[in-house]
Design a protein around this ligand. Structure first.
Ligand SMILES: Nc1ncnc2c1ncn2[C@@H]1O[C@H](COP(=O)(O)OP(=O)(O)OP(=O)(O)O)[C@@H](O)[C@H]1O
Length: 270
């Protein structure tokens, strides 16, 4: 009897990823909005398995359904076709295991930065001293250590946005991020991205990260999901086999440029 030779996987990073259990499984997921002018297919038959601890970037032009997809995974929007599951259970409402970071920081003006950060824990009745310390360390990590007692209106717009990672205080299993640092200046954005990678990698948090920026998408991700509009769909998935921890210097490497062009090619700007 012939024995099949064992095929070597292309890289140990990919092999390690494959061994991780699936956290989110998206099958034939679609969403059609009905407008007075007729139906709009926002998203068409998406299939995707996301494993524990993976960092997935979603990149694509405006209107390709990135937010629609994220909102369905968040349980904020119900699918028209197919389903998404979280740890095997169909997602049909928001879950405490899933944190959501939006583009704009939603802060209550009458609460201090620290009180804003601790608000979700207060609502769920889980505010503890340990959590307070955790909130402080997250705020210190994003350079807001001096502003715990400040009110949102005393911070610049960019500083207010840096409060976004408060979602991390609640230690979600999955973090959904819809252009969380989109409005920040490039330097702060880069620093926030590095910090985000450090925290989520250390805690094994699975991240779904939406961005318009191809460089950022490649730099952050284990896989880049490339989406195109009319109708919104996944046109390709690019494996990012760059070692971790990542550093800015990797952007100068040929492999990085190749991956960027691969993404561009799928987007149709190749
Ligand atoms: N609530 C809604 N009602 C009707 N149409 C919608 C609704 N939400 C989204 N759409 C449409 O669905 C399509 C996908 O929108 P979506 O916001 O998911 O795209 P996106 O890729 O996130 O865009 P952007 O990058 O601009 O945020 C668009 O054509 C949009 O107009």
């Amino acid at each position: 009897m012939m024995v099949e030779p064992i095929r070597e996987t292309a890289s140990p990073i990919v092999a390690a990823q494959d061994a991780r259990p699936p956290v989110i499984e998206i099958s034939a997921l679609g969403k059609t909005f009905t407008l007075d002018s007729g139906p709009v297919v926002a998203l068409e038959s998406v299939d995707l398995t996301i494993r524990k601890g993976e960092f997935i970037s979603f990149v694509g032009p405006s209107g390709c359904g990135k937010s629609t997809l994220l909102n369905m995974v968040a349980g904020l929007l119900s699918p028209s076709q197919g389903e998404a599951t979280l740890n095997g259970a169909r997602i049909d409402e928001p879950s405490r295991q899933v944190g959501f970071m939006f583009q704009t920081a939603v802060l209550l003006p009458w609460r201090t930065v620290e009180e804003n950060v601790l608000m979700p824990a207060e609502i769920f009745g889980t505010k503890t001293q340990a959590l307070r310390e955790k909130a402080r360390s997250v705020l210190e990590a994003v350079g807001l250590g001096e502003f715990l007692k400040a009110y949102p209106q005393q911070l610049s717009g960019g500083m207010q946005q840096r409060v976004s990672p408060r979602t991390l205080t609640s230690e979600p299993d999955v973090l959904l991020m819809d252009e969380p640092f989109g409005a920040l200046d490039e330097f702060t954005r880069e620093a926030m991205n590095m910090e985000l990678m450090r925290i989520t990698q250390a805690a094994g948090i699975t991240v779904l990260f939406v961005t318009h920026n191809i460089t950022e998408a490649v730099f952050m991700a284990d896989r880049v999901v490339v989406m195109t509009p009319h109708p919104g769909k996944v046109s390709g998935v690019v494996d990012v086999d760059l070692p971790r921890p990542r550093d800015i210097g990797q952007m100068q490497e040929q492999r990085f440029t190749d991956l960027m062009f691969k993404v561009r090619g799928i987007l149709g700007h190749g």
